[in-house]
Design a binder for this molecule. Structure first.
Ligand SMILES: [Zn+2]
Ligand SMILES: [Zn+2]
Length: 780
């Protein structure tokens, strides 16, 4: 801190470099108590966004707290770092940067190109995390597409296949016609859409049988009509056939309890496949599906061949209208399922896919979730709700070109499935020829790749493998965002259960969103704040201080004024430290034989703050630590304690002075340590400047967390503060300076004040203090 102007960029760079050079964040896995964090790997997209800055800061508070806390407990923090780059966003980024199409390349050469490109773009990307002060061990950074991750992911597939937890089935699966790949239930989002609800005239013989639908383009796919057995309107139709309008083929009319007499006309068409209901209905009655769409969501044949779903719908309604086959039309708003990556309404396409069995273990997964502590607790409910609503096994194969290969070959002749051996991993079946062990025929390689979640659900296994596999499940903590409880959290719990019959982590901390104008920030809405610019203007400590202002799990509105208060805190810490050390020049560093009563009282008060902050950090209540320490520092320490002991320090001699010096040194160091996890740069700067030569530890971040002694009553301090405020207010009411002497002060708290009388007199300027029934002051 040379010069009078504080340059946060300079100090941030200085300590970032120092921490890396001195390996301050390296886990010592030989220690007994390891606090292990299953760090979320950010998706490589070019740059950190403000939501990252928010949630990664929050997890870093905990990592830094635990690192200090465990120093005296034979412990260490394991906080690895990696990036998620085997998904669609990375594929698109690499294509764009290299001006290639992955489809035109072999998978092997595209993965090579990805790895090469990642090597170039990862260092600046990861730098954003370092700039924010995220205290991961960056010495062994992984990527979810690197060889080690591919190996672990394929090994997981093989293990589950051998345990008969994976099966391959031809099945109508949830399909995105835009991305042209099957997707999992967890990747569906609800979207409200305007739609036309048309009542269409089917016929049974010459009798009209009206059916209401939002999807007339599915008429060609109709395989049955359902009515409720108790529905009198259709009693005579059951068992007969209905003629499908426009197409004139006939389908059976079936009485089934699942038909809702209240909905539409009470009769419904079963199509292959409009939704999960259709899939089940067709299965139950063993109806023969009529598949009309191809994988890109276009009609396969007939008059409407080549039309996309919405185009076909429009044309078919026109044609139905022309033939007078529509009874009624009304506009409705209804919810459609769309793919979360692209917003396209999903379809059902029958293809052969790989699944992990999860539906048969719903209770087990709920049980596993109950063994985990959820912070905040209400997030646990979202997990349970998700499992209770599960309708499909986990579809893990994707018809993408880029990704981790499914390590399988199949003999087309005798249907034998050949699984790769562990020593071959990672393997790309497209590059390896295999013969069928049964018939000797050339086996066909599986072309599909694994869902990205099938790999990122293995982050505990991937990260520990990079550090000698010394960590055993469960990890201490999984920090993550709430919108991926149903994917990342759920799938990780699934994998750890299926592989090791364990929960992956003891605790989960789940962060909220950053909002702007009350809405979640998103590029498409254009309401984004670039953390790089915020970092430029306010510095990392101020961003982190802002991120600490939100309770865990709560969303937070981005407001410039919150960053300003972070900057003020930084400046106040600098100024207070300067003041303290200006007055410690002749301090010998020793504890005095006897402490002044007021100093002892103040130390009791800070002891209480230590106890509460320790508990709050342990319970992920970093926002309480932030506001408690902030308040204590400004009010109790700066405005009051410093004022009270000023005179003793300036003019005092002997034990009284040493007592104040000792208390100042100790309390300032304690405040710095308590706020260090939230504001790592400024606390390190002050520590290095003033404390290191006496404390001897090379960084505040690996110094011992203050230990709370037995709690003693410190409420006297608050009474002193209240009395002092009263005196100050009276002076300011009378427009007198704060150091103006007080002729006489009468206080109802005399019995307490009298114990600290000299210090009180010097802080208040009171010449005479007397007891009374109320507080009164005589100024002149
Ligand atoms: Zn899609
Ligand atoms: Zn064979």
């Amino acid at each position: 801190m040379t010069g009078s102007k504080f340059d946060f960029k300079e100090i941030e760079n200085k300590w970032k470099t120092y921490w890396e050079k001195e390996k301050i964040f390296k886990a010592d896995l030989s220690k007994k108590n390891i606090y292990s964090i299953d760090t979320p790997p950010p998706t490589v997209s070019g740059a950190m966004h403000i939501g990252h800055a928010f949630s990664y800061s929050q997890q870093d508070f905990i990592a830094r707290f635990q690192r200090m806390f465990l120093i005296s407990k034979n412990g260490s923090v394991f906080y690895p770092f990696g990036t998620d780059d085997n998904g669609l966003p990375t594929e698109r980024l690499v294509e764009k940067m290299n001006n290639v199409k992955s489809k035109d390349m072999s998978r092997e050469s595209f993965i090579k190109l990805c790895l090469k490109t990642l090597k170039e773009i990862l260092p600046p990307f990861i730098q954003d995390w370092k700039n924010l002060g995220i205290s991961c061990d960056y010495n062994n950074v992984y990527s979810t597409i690197d060889n080690n991750s591919r190996k672990i992911s394929q090994k997981s597939f093989i293990d589950l296949y051998k345990k008969k937890e994976i099966y391959k089935k031809e099945f109508p699966t949830i399909w995105c016609p835009e991305c042209q790949t099957p997707i999992a239930q967890a990747e569906l989002e609800d979207k409200e859409e305007k739609s036309l609800f048309s009542t269409i005239k089917f016929y049974c013989g010459r009798k009209e049988l009206p059916i209401a639908t939002t999807r007339p383009e599915m008429l060609q796919a109709c395989v049955a009509v359902f009515v409720h057995p108790s529905d009198k309107r259709y009693k005579d139709f059951v068992g007969k056939n209905a003629k499908v309008p426009l197409y004139d083929f006939e389908v059976p009319i079936i009485a089934d309890n699942s038909a809702n007499p209240e909905k539409g006309t009470g009769a419904l068409m079963v199509c292959s496949y409009g939704d999960k209901y259709d899939v089940d209905a067709i299965n139950r009655y063993k109806l023969i599906p009529r598949l009309i769409f191809d994988k890109s969501g276009r009609i396969k044949d007939g008059e409407y061949k080549g039309l996309k779903i919405k185009e076909a719908r429009k044309k078919i309604i026109e044609d139905l209208d022309k033939k007078n086959l529509i009874k009624e039309k009304k506009e409705i708003i209804h919810v459609v399922n769309v793919h979360d990556k692209c917003g396209t309404p999903i379809e059902f396409v029958t293809t052969e896919q790989w699944f992990i069995k999860i539906l048969d273990k719903k209770n087990k997964f709920i049980e596993q979730g109950n063994k985990i502590k959820w912070y905040p607790e209400f997030m646990h409910k979202r997990y349970n709700n998700w499992i209770n609503g599960l309708e499909w096994d986990w579809s893990i194969s994707r018809e993408r070109h880029f990704g981790i290969s499914i390590p399988v070959w199949e003999c087309k002749k005798c249907k034998e499935i050949i699984i790769a051996e562990e020593k071959e991993l990672p393997v790309d079946p497209l590059q390896e020829k295999k013969k069928c062990p049964k018939c000797g025929e050339n086996a066909t390689p599986e072309e599909k790749v694994l869902d990205t979640w099938a790999t990122s659900s293995l982050t505990p296994q991937i990260t520990r493998s990079l550090f000698g596999n010394k960590i055993i499940l469960p990890y201490s903590l999984r920090p993550q965002a709430h919108e991926i409880i149903r994917t990342w959290a759920f799938y990780t719990i699934v994998k750890s259960y299926l592989h090791e019959d364990k929960i992956p982590w003891k605790d989960m901390m789940i962060s909220g969103f950053v909002t702007l104008g009350g809405e979640k920030m998103s590029k498409s809405k254009g309401n984004v704040v670039d953390p790089k610019i915020v970092l430029q203007n306010y510095g990392a400590d101020a961003i982190r201080f802002w991120a600490a202002g939100s309770k865990l799990g709560s969303d937070m509105e981005y407001q410039e004024k919150d960053l300003v208060s972070g900057t003020k805190m930084v400046n106040k810490l600098i100024n207070a430290s300067k003041f303290v050390f200006m007055n410690l020049g002749d301090y010998n560093g020793k504890k005095p034989k006897k402490l002044e009563k007021l100093d002892e009282l103040f130390l009791n008060k800070i002891n209480l703050l230590v106890k509460e902050s320790t508990e709050n950090f342990t319970n992920y209540e970093y926002s309480k630590v932030k506001s408690d320490v902030e308040h204590f520092f400004w009010s109790d320490f700066c405005d009051n304690y410093l004022e009270i002991v000023k005179k003793r320090i300036y003019q005092g001699k002997g034990e009284g002075k040493i007592s104040a010096q000792y208390t100042l040194y100790k309390s300032l160091l304690t405040i710095l340590k308590l706020i260090a996890p939230i504001m790592p740069f400024i606390t390190e700067e002050i520590y290095q400047e003033y404390f290191k030569k006496t404390e001897k530890v090379k960084s505040i971040h690996i110094s011992e967390w203050p230990e709370a002694d037995k709690i003693k009553d410190s409420s006297d301090f608050d009474i002193i503060v209240n009395n002092l405020s009263f005196v100050r207010q009276e002076k300011s009411k009378n427009k007198l300076p704060l150091n103006h002497p007080v002729k006489e002060f009468i206080t109802m708290d005399y019995s307490i004040i009298s114990n600290y009388i000299e210090d009180f007199m010097s802080a208040s300027g009171a010449l005479i203090i007397k007891p009374g029934k109320e507080c009164k002051i005589y100024l002149n």
